[in-house]
Design a protein around this ligand. Structure first.
Ligand SMILES: [Fe+2]
Length: 498
């Protein structure tokens, strides 16, 4: 499809809600006051750093192994309030990118807001000018393009000496990997300027990058194939009926795999003034559809069906040919419904804990021969699944993930490493006053490798970076670096070896 035609459709169908009325939910203009009045000790995880965080040396206990000498980039929503107004959803905030430079007993941190056009304009104005994922601030201007509301707050993709800050509703934002200077949006091809480029690209073992983007209002799925040198090989949009909110996907050696929860955009709700999130409707009759697309020929697509459920994240997928047909094995973090995105991830913005359906690591098998799909939930509560980056699309066993949901806290208290074939799992609990962020697996040649990740220690109001031996996770960290401050809780990261 021509970009001109796509943009016309986007505007006509309301992806760019040009005529959205100025609206806000009644009685919700006191979120800032409620957040400030709350005595909840963990609320610093959702506080707004007033500005960039200058280079700071952490206090290091132990010594980080040579294999993790390098840089851990992390990103998350951080600009939650502005001009006395507070966003009403965790995912709304302007992105702040973090750079942890690790060298033995020396760890330094720096954090910078991504200088998106939206943030730059709003900071200059001293107030919100645009709508966000889950909030419609009063008096906002209609967005002029998806990138006019891009907050670049979800994930990072290191590429060719730069870091791309990702947000699933619009373009990737280019950052200087050393200074974290914002360099502008990434345009893969002129006719794809401004198209959504999602936050969970997958990198094949040969360096090929695959990604997608959802144009919810048109039910159009954009697909990208990017060569290891960072040049675009292919991009196209394909129609998918009732295309829902899709946050993550998987690749196998021969396929792209999309698990599509039944959370579907309703343009009428958007026209009536709902936020993008609240324009989505839970339609369990659609079940969880698994869309499998041939990597080489995007016209070859197959749909399979699993019971209705919700997910943000996929661990990995791999395929095997059997006499009964090709089987795709995929593990993901499944919840029975999408309550967490509507309630839990919203209420934290006024420092309230509202528990929703517990997400569990789940292993599904898609039989492309019979068209049947089955799945089994493992015992582990989970989020933020990560695997050995060398095993993307290949058979893997170990998934690193957050675990241990607690009733009194948002998020998770422990990091775990689970064998998705046996269900065996080991974990390390950070104790009663910590909230675990995503941990990544760092390979070390043929050795078992390392697990690297951060926690918010809200008892001490500090953020702590820990490194574990992957095969002795339960033994606790081999090294820890403690910052003299607490960072806002982030979403995803990527490690780049020195
Ligand atoms: Fe994510």
């Amino acid at each position: 499809m021509e970009r001109r035609e796509l943009l016309r459709l986007l505007a006509a169908a309301g992806a760019l809600p040009l005529l959205a009325p100025l609206a806000r939910a009644a009685g919700t203009d006191d979120w800032q006051a409620q957040f400030e009045a709350a005595s909840t000790p963990w609320k610093s995880g959702f506080a707004t750093p007033p500005g960039d965080l200058p280079l700071t040396r952490a206090t290091v206990r132990g010594r980080f192994p040579d294999a993790v000498a390098g840089t851990l980039f992390r990103i998350g929503p951080a600009g939650h309030d502005l001009g006395g107004e507070r966003y009403q959803h965790w995912f709304d905030g302007d992105g702040m990118v973090h750079r942890f430079v690790i060298d033995g007993a020396d760890v330094r941190h720096r954090g910078r807001y991504v200088a998106t056009p939206k943030r730059t304009a709003e900071v200059k104005a001293g107030r919100r000018l645009f709508e966000a994922f889950g909030t419609m601030p009063p008096g906002v201007e209609p967005p002029t393009s998806p990138d006019s509301i891009n907050v670049a707050n979800t994930s990072v993709l290191p590429m060719q000496g730069e870091v791309l800050a990702l947000w699933e509703g619009g373009s990737a934002t280019r950052l200087d990997a050393r200074t974290l200077d914002t360099l502008g949006v990434k345009t893969w091809r002129p006719d794809f300027a401004g198209m959504p480029f999602s936050a969970h690209p997958k990198v094949d073992p040969d360096g090929t990058v695959w990604n997608f983007g959802v144009s919810a209002a048109q039910s159009m799925l954009a697909l990208y194939e990017i060569a290891p040198d960072g040049t675009l090989r292919r991009a196209a949009v394909v129609p998918v009926a009732d295309l829902p909110m899709v946050h993550d996907f998987a690749v196998t050696e021969r396929h792209l795999v999309f698990l599509m929860p039944p959370l579907v955009y309703d343009g009428k709700r958007k026209e009536a003034g709902a936020s993008f999130l609240d324009a989505h409707v839970w339609r369990p009759e659609l079940e969880m559809r698994a869309l499998v697309i041939d990597k080489k020929n995007w016209e070859r697509r197959q749909l399979l069906v699993l019971p209705a459920g919700f997910l943000f994240h996929v661990g990995n997928a791999w395929e095997e040919d059997t006499p009964g047909g090709t089987l795709i094995h995929i593990d993901y973090v499944r919840s029975d419904n999408a309550d967490s995105v509507f309630t839990t991830n919203r209420e934290v913005m006024r420092a309230r804990r509202v528990k929703s359906n517990d997400p569990h690591l789940t292993v599904a098998t898609l039989n492309l021969g019979t068209g049947r799909a089955t799945q089994t939930a493992l015992a582990q509560e989970a989020e933020f699944p990560r695997i050995d980056p060398r095993r993307v699309g290949l058979r893997h066993r170990q998934v690193v993930h957050a675990t241990q949901i607690r009733r009194d806290l948002p998020g998770f208290g422990a990091v775990a490493r689970t064998d998705v074939e046996t269900g065996r799992s080991q974990r390390f609990s950070y104790g009663a006053q910590a909230i675990v962020e995503e941990h990544v697996f760092v390979p070390d040649g043929s050795k078992p490798g390392w697990i690297l990740g951060t926690v918010l220690d809200f008892g001490r109001q500090k953020t702590v970076l820990s490194c574990f031996a992957a095969d002795h996770l339960g033994a606790g960290p081999v090294a820890q670096a403690t910052l003299p401050y607490a960072l806002p809780l982030g979403l995803h990261g990527a490690f780049v070896k020195a």
